[in-house]
Design a protein around this ligand. Structure first.
Ligand SMILES: Nc1nc2c(c(=O)[nH]1)N[C@H]1C(S)=C(S)[C@@H](COP(=O)(O)O)O[C@H]1N2
Ligand SMILES: [Mo]
Length: 428
């Protein structure tokens, strides 16, 4: 493939001006922009003026720091907090997806979901107990676990309640992170649970594990033993450093591909049993009445989903030009196989470029070149995973799941762009 742009390259491959994804690999995309619009994206340089020494080059820089922080000029990149006034300690904070690039969520911006605040736990006092249908109940101190062989999972965690404003009658107008940002992607490292459970000696009749956290709400959930033996870990590290207090310090359960609530933070107990405990978080919550009168329960898995992060609501397009549409896709079932983008509200679609590496149960960054001519457009993204599961349109999801849904909203999101370049959330 030639690295230089030809006129053919600028022929749209789908409605609304979507261009072929291979263009992202070509030099000259910005030059094409200039030719198409008569304007250049960068200013011409004046070497003597532009290279004049700025003040910070005329004195020594700041001293070293023992622990780094983001630039003070980026201080507006924050988690939005949704606190519950009547139930202090119960609420969420959202990852600002619209302000981040790549696939990793910085630890300080990982979303939070707490049912009763963040416990202050001294690592020397914390204990993890494995008991129930085992040959020998065991107690693990933090220092014990730190000596075990470890493994890492680079995975997303998504709250089952993420994006649930999508069930509302009217499209909510919020930045994409404050709508879809109860999801984050980190490298989690720790001890494979199978190693610890094998050591305790599981009764062959056991089928469930009840996991409990050390927060004041004593959060517990029932989990299928087979999945825990397959790839779950007791994580002690997040993005290379010890887990942040709000994400479960000193240890949490990590269950790749399972909804957020199963990843019990501040993990203190694993009870091996042969039936679920029917805790609040699997009966009163996380159970949904369907149109046929039956209820969904133990819906642990996260289905494929995607969202366009740029352009997205509260961002602005600066006139007709060539743009990179970008976003995130993920699936709890495995790898993302493809992401399609539409600029005409779903009438036609073109395949986006997926950025390497494409890992199972992990954020996948997609990119799509777009020649926007300044007329109104409706952008959508649609993810397909390696099992063949395709992210549904909103009306399809509602038909299947009814209007009593609250969890697992994974419908295609639509952003409308008006002539002025303003972006808003629409149902289309
Ligand atoms: N002990 C405990 N574990 C917990 C929770 C909690 O409140 N207490 N919240 C759960 C829910 S609903 C989610 S979505 C995830 C959120 O993890 P995070 O706060 O690290 O993003 O933790 C889960 N584990
Ligand atoms: Mo959650």
């Amino acid at each position: 493939m030639s690295s230089h742009l030809t006129a053919d390259d600028l022929q749209p491959v789908a409605g609304g001006g979507l261009l072929h994804r291979r263009l992202l690999l070509k030099s000259g995309l910005m030059l094409a922009t200039a030719a198409a619009t008569g304007s250049v994206g960068v200013a011409p340089a004046n070497a003597s003026e532009d290279l004049a020494s700025p003040s910070w080059m005329r004195m020594p820089g700041a001293p070293f720091s023992a622990y780094g922080n983001p630039s003070k000029h980026e201080a507006r990149v924050m988690r939005a907090i949704g606190a519950n006034k009547d139930l202090p300690g119960n609420g969420v904070s959202w990852t600002p997806l619209e302000s981040l690039e790549g696939m990793i969520t910085p630890s300080g911006l990982h979303f939070e979901r707490h049912h009763n605040g963040v416990p202050e736990i001294g690592p020397a006092q914390h204990r993890l107990v494995v008991h129930g249908m085992v040959r020998q109940p065991l107690m693990f101190a933090v220092n014990d676990l730190l000596r075990y062989p470890m493994r890492s999972h680079l995975i997303f965690i998504e709250c089952g309640g993420n994006s649930n404003a999508g069930w509302h009658e009217e499209p909510i107008q919020r930045p994409v992170g404050s709508f879809h940002g109860l999801i984050s992607c980190s490298e989690w490292s720790g001890v494979p649970l199978a190693v610890l459970l094998d050591q305790a000696g599981i009764d062959p009749k056991a089928t469930w594990v009840i996991a409990e956290g050390a927060d004041a709400v004593v959060m517990n959930v029932s989990l299928p033993l087979a999945k825990l033996m397959d790839d779950a870990i007791v994580a002690l590290y997040q993005n290379g450093e010890r887990i942040r207090p709000e994400n479960g310090y000193p240890m949490r359960l990590i269950i790749p591909g399972f909804e957020g609530v199963t990843n019990v933070k501040w993990l203190r107990r694993l009870q091996i049993t042969d039936q679920p405990v029917m805790a609040r978080n699997e009966t009163a919550k996380y159970t949904e009445l369907l149109p046929n009168g039956r209820a969904r329960q133990f819906t642990f898995g996260i289905d494929a989903k995607s969202v366009i992060t740029t352009p997205s609501p509260f961002q602005k397009m600066f006139g007709p030009n060539i743009y990179e549409i970008k976003g995130l896709a993920w699936s709890g079932r495995g790898r993302i196989a493809k992401v399609e983008v539409s600029a005409d509200g779903g009438k036609s679609w073109a395949e986006a470029a997926l950025q390497d590496p494409v890992l199972p149960r992990c954020f996948t960054r997609f990119r799509m070149p777009w020649s926007w001519d300044g007329s109104p457009a409706i952008l959508k993204s649609r993810a397909t995973d390696e099992t063949g599961y395709v992210q549904p349109e909103r009306d399809v999801l509602i038909k299947e799941r009814g209007r009593n849904g609250y969890f697992h909203y994974n419908a295609i999101a639509a952003w409308s762009i008006d002539e002025d370049g303003a972006v808003s959330h629409v149902y289309a």
